[in-house]
Write a protein that binds this ligand. Structure first.
Ligand code: ADP
Ligand code: MG
Length: 577
């Protein structure tokens, strides 16, 4: 039994039986125009929905008929998969009838992308086929099988959805090509930054503000002030498809974004933060890019820290705590921010993004009065202001800092941008002049001179810190967008701000498990372990994380190594040598 008729007959046979009878339709079905794989039939109409795949043969002889160049190279393939996932979601919205009984009966859903274009498992673009991975609620009345409803869903609706979304002929070819080319352009601009001595680029005309604090969609264009680069920072980059693009180049070194409150400083920084990802047309931030090693760093008091060398910032803690291997079950604002920086450097961060709104004030700088009141001998912190030059000059790590309340960084800044009514201007010369007229008399403030910034010393995680078991089975996965469940532990990712999609959270959970399963051996360092996981995904795609190889891999989107590291570092059971 392999054909549509067989599936119909099978559904007729189990009609009215207990819901578990749906297990009988698990397997592969040749529906003529495509293959339908029912990998997992849910055990209950109220349980997590069933997992299905629809595979359409591609290529010259195949049915899908995509021009070969649209799938050539990683960026294009990701973009094509993204477009198809959006098309499948739209078609499901159009053709799936929805409610067909109790629980999730009638649901047809695919993991639909948001404003970012990420590598995700929802649609696999392979050389020989394209395949959509989706979820379905198999229909039930109470807890018995509704065979006829299931037949309508699987043999009528699903084929219609597949027909409308996975065949080139059904899609808007021009829109698809534009989508693919836009993603390719963003990748190319991101790569071009380094050669131009830049860490970020914000194109003229961009819309950076969002609709609201809970929406990632652009602010309505009639209310938004479009980005306009200051002439002194204007650069023109070449994109392979769009050609010359003009906008503001954020140079390497220390850039300070100053300006009055509510003038758009944080919004600009946030756009740069998101510039490590590609965006869809109409987002407003498309072509706004940052170097791949750009990391948002903030204070995060209460987080756990495991043996991180924060001695470049903090020495001489009360009770003689070792800051070359600093551990805490609940770090303070300043120690958490120091740990966040050192952990990011450990896995290759090249640019720190910081906002005074979310930084620990005492970590950033100390003024003269405070130095007079609390003498250096009593202060464990060498503030960021006294280390930012070493970061830049010794490690080649840049910083983009939003500072509206303190001009202390003016002396050190390579570039100062002032935001006024959402319009940036170059204030580098003016800020230098101010710094000369109001000199900062502060000297290094820590009790003992901090050790020079060496390259971060990689830590070696111990296998004992990773335990996915809870009860009699391994359990791991996303718990909402901002938390990962790993065994008994919940990892709080609320402040890891460059996780932008719940499916990235799900992937992080699977990646931690993958890492613990294969690579954490008490000898490899954390960066080595993470590089191996990323390598597997480079080779095999996110399917490398599938719990059952060759089957529906779950709803996954790729995070960066930096976010995976951030999650492992927040695992409360983590132990390192
Ligand atoms: P700051 O950090 O300087 O205090 P924000 O970046 O938080 O300011 O911006 C303040 C408000 O202005 C936010 O509600 C933001 O969405 C909005 N905003 C920011 N940039 C623009 C813009 N270019 N056009 C319109 N509104 C904007
Ligand atoms: Mg702000």
């Amino acid at each position: 039994m392999h054909t549509a008729q067989d599936l119909r007959a099978e559904l007729g046979r189990i009609d009215g039986r207990g819901y578990k009878a749906y297990k009988d339709i698990e397997g592969a079905w040749d529906l003529g125009r495509f293959m339908l794989f029912i990998d997992h039939a849910q055990g209950d109409p109220f349980a997590a929905p069933s997992l299905l795949r629809a595979r359409v043969a591609a290529g010259v002889a195949g049915a899908a008929g995509f021009p070969a160049d649209l799938g050539r190279g990683r960026a294009r393939r990701v973009a094509l998969g993204d477009f198809l996932a959006r098309a499948f979601a739209a078609a499901a919205g159009r053709y799936a009838r929805g409610r067909r009984g109790t629980g999730k009966s009638g649901l047809v859903a695919i993991d639909c992308p948001g404003q970012e274009v990420l590598e995700r498992s929802a649609v696999l673009v392979a050389d020989e086929f394209v395949e959509a991975r989706f979820a379905a609620g198999l229909p039930a009345a109470g807890r018995s099988v509704l065979g006829r409803e299931a037949a309508a869903m699987l043999l009528d609706e699903v084929p219609r959805i597949v027909e409308a979304s996975l065949y080139y002929g059904s899609l808007d070819g021009t829109a698809l090509r534009r989508h693919v080319e836009l993603v390719e352009d963003q990748e190319a601009l991101r790569v071009a930054l380094d050669g131009r001595g830049l860490v970020a680029f914000v194109p003229d005309g961009a819309i950076l503000p969002r609709e609201s604090g809970v929406s990632d969609r652009p602010l309505e264009s009639s209310r938004a002030v479009r980005f306009a680069s200051p002439p002194a920072l204007r650069v023109t980059l070449q994109a392979p498809n769009a050609g010359a693009v003009t906008g503001m180049g954020v140079p390497r070194g220390l850039t300070v974004i100053a300006g009055g409150g509510y003038h758009g400083k944080s919004t600009l920084l946030r756009a740069i933060e998101r510039g490590v990802y590609d965006h869809v047309a109409g987002d407003g931030r498309e072509l706004c890019v940052a170097v791949p090693g750009a990391v948002k760093v903030r204070a995060e008091d209460g987080r756990r820290v495991e043996r991180v060398d924060i001695s470049a910032f903090i020495t001489n803690l009360p009770q003689g705590q070792d800051t070359a291997a600093f551990s805490s079950e609940a770090a303070s604002g300043s120690t958490s921010q120091a740990a966040n920086i050192m952990e990011a450097l450990e896995v290759g961060a090249t640019c720190l993004l910081m906002d005074e709104d979310t930084s620990a004030a005492n970590f950033m700088a100390r003024d003269e009065r405070m130095q007079a009141l609390v003498p250096a001998g009593k202060e464990p912190i060498t503030p960021f202001i006294d280390r930012v030059a070493a970061l830049r000059d010794r490690l080649g790590v840049s910083t983009v800092l939003v500072a509206g309340g303190s001009g202390d960084f003016f002396d050190l800044a390579d570039c100062v941008v002032v935001m006024e009514a959402f319009r940036p201007s170059d204030a580098t010369a003016a800020a230098r002049d101010v710094a000369r007229r109001y000199p900062r008399r502060a000297a290094p403030t820590a009790a003992a001179a901090p050790p020079p910034f060496g390259p971060a010393r990689p830590r070696v995680p111990l296998p004992g810190g990773f335990d996915a078991w809870r009860g009699r089975r391994e359990r791991f996965g996303a718990r909402g967008p901002d938390a990962v469940q790993y065994g008994r532990e919940t990892i709080d990712l609320h402040y890891v701000e460059q996780i932008v999609d719940p499916s990235q959270t799900a992937a992080i959970a699977a990646m931690i498990h993958h890492a613990a399963d294969r690579y954490v051996d008490g000898r490899r360092s954390l960066p080595e372990v993470i590089a191996l996981v990323m390598h597997d995904i480079d080779e095999l795609g996110l399917d490398a994380l599938a719990p059952h190889p060759g089957q529906h891999p779950g709803e996954l989107a790729r995070p960066r190594a930096l976010e995976l590291a951030a999650a492992i570092n927040r695992l409360r059971t983590l132990r390192v040598q």
